[in-house]
Structures are given as C-alpha cells and as structure tokens.
Design a protein around this ligand. Structure first.
Ligand SMILES: Nc1ncnc2c1ncn2[C@@H]1O[C@H](COP(=O)(O)OP(=O)(O)O)[C@@H](O)[C@H]1O
Ligand SMILES: [Mg+2]
Length: 272
C-alpha cells in the first residue's frame, strides 16, 4: 500500500536516534542502563537434525539479562542439542539465533562466545595436561563491556578447593574439582550468560551441593544462567523461568512456580 514517496521506516545501523525505528530497537537496547528485559540470547523456530534424525522441532528459547532459566526434560529430549544449536556447535536447518539482537545463526562458536556467552558442557572440558593455574589463566579475558569482575583471585576465592590444587594437572583432579575448574574457567571470561549442562552429573552429593551454592553465588553476581540438571527441585528453586522439552518441542515455558506446584505437569513432562 505504501506509496513511493513514503517508504516505511527502515532499521538504521547503530545510533540512529530517530523515533521511526523504535520498534526494532526495543529488543536491542544497549546493555548500559538498559532495562532488565534486554535479551541476551533469543532463538526462534529452531529445527536441528543429526543426519536424518529430526531432533528439534521449532524451538523458541530466550534469556534476558540477569535471568536464570531452568532447561528441563528427560534424557534424550533435546536439551543439549538446543544448547549446541544456539552456540554454533550444531547448525540448525531452520530458525534463527540472535545474541543481543544481532543475528548469529551462522556465526562461529568462538564469535558467539566473544559476545559474552560461556558454556560448561556436559562431561567437562578442561585441559588435562595443564595445571589448574594454567587452565584458569589461559581463559582470562574482559567481558563484553570491558568488565573484569571475575579474575584469578576471585575465582580462587569462590573455589577454595582449586586454590589447594593450583599446581596440579587437570587430570589429577577429582570429578568435582574438574567441574569447579570448568566453571572457574568459564567465569574467567567475564560472561553475561553462563550455560551449565549437567554440571552436577555424577558428583557425590556433598560436592554437588557445593556446586549448587557456587551457582547461587554466580547468579547473585548478576550473570544470567541457563541450568540443565536432573535435580529439578534445585533447578526450579533457582530459576525465574523454566522451559521443558519433550521430544524436541517446548511443552512448558513459564514461571518455575507454575510448574513445581503442578504435580500433574511434573509427572507428564518429567516423569516425577
Ligand atoms: N551426535 C549425535 N548424533 C546422533 N544423534 C544424537 C547425537 N547427539 C544426540 N543425539 C540424539 O538426539 C536426541 C537428543 O539428544 P540430546 O540433545 O543429547 O538430549 P538431552 O540433552 O535432553 O539428553 C537423542 O535422541 C539423542 O540420542
Ligand atoms: Mg544432555
């Protein structure tokens, strides 16, 4: 309908102060002083495959600044695949991934990480031949806005156990210590968002408890977190919102209390 003389307002590159593009800027408000509704990560309509196996069927997933999201679902429902699809480790065949409003659907993983997203993968990813100190120092870098809140000293303060093992090689650490080192390394990058995939898997209860308390500390420091863990009660106690996957589809997305207070849903979606 629009005549040639009145083109629709087109989104302007950075800094266009005109009111015409307010709508497109609403989701890309700059971090400094921006409202807490700012989206760090925003995935829409993701379809991912392994060969011919269709795993994700149009998944939407978003994380706002400072928010904690519980990503839940039984084994094999697609949680890890969703995370990998948002980080460039699995290429979605359809759908989009935006980081701070910028399309990163086809971006390399390291480019996405440079935008302030840290990932603690299932099964740990430390350098076994490097010492604890070397593992941490190698990861150090300022955050996206130059923040250096998390440094070597603060990580050691948060994980006193790592301090005791500072010259040990990664391979000499216990499972719990390796997990702490993986999280410590992620924090050294000063992320805005930390994604934890089964961080307490296979750990003794006491060590798992320590990891949970560390996750609380991280969350309280303002870092947004996505938590995947089989301890649903612990996840929902921390998460502002919960998302549940069943066979690669989102079957619940909302307030964690809505889910935890509904036994029928908990049973149907999570089998508990
Ligand atoms: N590398 C892979 N190649 C083929 N199939 C895979 C691969 N990784 C996972 N799958 C399959 O994809 C589905 C989702 O797996 P995954 O995302 O790991 O689930 P979750 O993290 O929820 O346990 C499962 O059926 C799993 O067997
Ligand atoms: Mg998984």
């Amino acid at each position: 309908m629009a005549e040639h003389g009145s083109p629709p307002p087109s989104p302007r590159p950075e800094g266009g102060g005109d009111h015409g593009s307010l709508r497109s800027q609403a989701e890309t408000v700059q971090s400094r002083g921006g409202p807490s509704t700012e989206l760090i990560l925003d995935a829409n309509g993701l379809h991912s495959f392994y060969g011919v196996s269709h795993i994700l069927h149009g998944v939407d997933f978003s994380v706002r600044k400072g928010e904690t999201i519980g990503l839940m679902g039984r084994n094999g429902m697609g949680k890890t695949t969703l995370i990998k699809s948002m980080l460039g480790l699995v290429r979605p065949r359809q759908g989009s991934v935006r980081v701070r409003g910028v399309d990163m659907t086809h971006a390399a993983t390291h480019a996405i990480a440079r935008k302030g997203i840290a990932y603690v993968p299932e099964g740990r990813g430390i350098f076994p031949n490097l010492s604890v100190r070397e593992n941490l120092i190698m990861a150090a870098r300022p955050g996206i806005d130059g923040r250096r809140e998390w440094d070597y000293e603060r990580v050691l303060h948060t994980f006193p156990r790592l301090g005791e093992r500072i010259n040990n090689g990664g391979a000499q650490l216990s499972g719990g210590e390796q997990q702490m080192l993986t999280i410590g390394r992620a924090l050294m990058t000063n992320p805005d968002l930390l994604i934890l995939d089964e961080a307490t898997e296979g750990l003794a209860p006491l060590i798992a408890k320590e990891i949970w308390s560390i996750i609380k500390t991280i969350r309280a420091s303002g870092i947004a977190t996505v938590i995947v863990d089989k301890n649903y009660a612990a996840v929902m106690a921390l998460a502002n919102r919960s998302v549940v996957l069943v066979k690669g589809r989102v079957v619940f997305a909302g307030e964690s209390s809505e889910l935890s207070g509904n036994q029928e849903l908990m049973h149907r979606f999570l089998g508990v």
